[in-house]
Design a protein around this ligand. Structure first.
Ligand SMILES: Nc1ncnc2c1ncn2[C@@H]1O[C@H](COP(=O)(O)OP(=O)(O)OP(=O)(O)O)[C@@H](O)[C@H]1O
Ligand SMILES: [Mg+2]
Length: 398
């Protein structure tokens, strides 16, 4: 677009531009017209004479246009006083063409202005994208954190359910024996009646034995309940007692598979009493017991796998050794099995969520155990292969 009030110059300029293969969309003679036509025609560039007759000079017209439209402006000037030039400069023009000018100059200045404008647009777009990216990044980070929290929560629930399933199996094993005994007692009662053997002594015996069996069953339920009781605050608890409680829940089931658990407290701490001095730490006993249960279940699965042979030398009797040790600063629990051990190529991955090599495994047992021991209780959980099978170590700060 040309804004020039001397029509001879305007016509000359138009011809030159067309000669240079530019398209001239409009030629206007006043600042007011320039503002109006710029809005309608949206030219790629405006060649603006500074001194225009009428109310509005070129500089003011340029200010009006650039306030609303993103169009590069090049001023056309002949002799101009300093003050005007300063005003022109303040509008940040893309160049000046000093009258009179030649075709070659005109072309260079227009091309430079278009190039500069193009670059500015790109830059503006890039910084807009960058700003948006920044904003998105912030929300993304927030979303991811939230997602992570949700996922962890879900995993905790999932592993609780899995553990609960395991416990149900353990309880059903625990109950088989006392239910059998009670069944036999009732059978015997019928026979005793038929043979007239029922007397006070018989009744007393019968009732004592039944109550003993019921007490045993009821204990199982109490253990089970303690195990799943949610822990809100850290409490002091005896690590040895907690381990023994888990063992008492699962040992019947394990024994039925010819898997035997040995547990011992080593290194200078008096054994025998149920609360072993020095093995009391602060933490979450229910969650800690879940860790022990996860590791015991894995040991059981590993032993069964080794029994099935395949690539491993088979064994018959399953052994799980648990040792508890009190170091000056921490309690150390080691759980060792005589399964096949963990192959070198996966040993770094077994604590990852959903990593499993078992057909019906979910792969969250060890992940959750690590979260519980390390994030919730500030301890350490790691694994190594012993001379025979895997060995897991839990370190808890006293
Ligand atoms: N004592 C062990 N001996 C050999 N391999 C083991 C032992 N414990 C764990 N692993 C390996 O680590 C993997 C991950 O164990 P993790 O307890 O996390 O999951 P999982 O037992 O497969 O499934 P689930 O979620 O049901 O516990 C197992 O699939 C197994 O390959
Ligand atoms: Mg497991």
């Amino acid at each position: 677009m040309i804004v020039e009030d001397e029509w001879i110059i305007a016509a000359n300029l138009k011809e030159m531009l067309q000669g240079l293969n530019y398209e001239v969309c409009s030629v206007v003679f006043s600042g007011e017209d320039a503002v109006k036509r710029a809005e309608d025609d949206r030219p790629d560039i405006i060649l603006m004479d500074i001194l225009l007759r009428g109310e509005m000079d070129g500089i003011e017209a340029a200010e009006n246009i650039t306030a609303f439209l993103n169009i590069p402006i090049v001023y056309l000037t002949s002799y101009t006083d300093d003050k005007t030039l300063q005003r022109a400069k303040a509008t940040d023009p893309f160049g000046y063409i000093i009258k009179p000018f030649e075709k070659r100059e005109l072309r260079i200045i227009i091309e430079m202005a278009l190039y500069k404008h193009n670059m500015e647009m790109k830059l503006r777009e890039k910084s807009r994208q960058l700003e948006e990216l920044n904003r998105n990044l912030e929300t993304k980070v927030r979303d991811e954190i939230e997602k992570g929290r949700k996922k962890e929560h879900m995993l905790i629930q999932q592993s609780k359910l899995a553990a609960m399933g395991e416990m149900m199996v353990a309880i059903s094993h625990q109950w088989r024996q006392p239910l059998n005994v009670i069944g036999l007692l009732i059978q015997d009662l019928e026979e005793a009646y038929a043979f007239g053997e029922i007397d006070k002594c018989y009744i007393e015996n019968m009732s004592r034995e039944s109550m003993a069996q019921l007490a045993f069953m009821s204990n199982t339920i109490t253990d089970f309940y303690n195990f799943f009781k949610p822990n809100k605050d850290k409490v002091s608890f005896d690590v040895n007692q907690a381990v023994e409680d888990v063992i008492s829940l699962v040992h019947v089931q394990l024994r039925s598979m010819d898997i035997h658990i040995h547990n011992a407290v080593v290194s200078g701490i008096a054994t025998g009493s149920s609360a072993v001095a020095g093995l009391v730490i602060k933490g979450y006993p229910g969650e800690f017991q879940q860790v022990i249960l996860n590791i015991l279940n894995n040991a059981r699965d590993a032993i069964i796998k080794r029994r099935q042979g395949g690539e491993f030398a088979t064994i018959n009797r399953g052994e799980i050794d648990i040792t508890l040790r009190r170091d000056p600063q921490k309690a150390v629990i080691k759980i060792k099995d005589n399964g096949p051990g963990i192959p070198d190529n996966i040993i770094d991955r077994i604590f990852e969520p959903y990593f499993t090599t078992r057909e019906d495994g979910i792969g969250i047992g060890l992940y959750m155990s690590k979260v519980i021991v390390e994030s919730h209780m500030g301890g350490r959980l790691y694994v190594e292969n012993s001379e025979n099978g895997a060995m897991f170590t839990i370190e808890l700060n006293a």
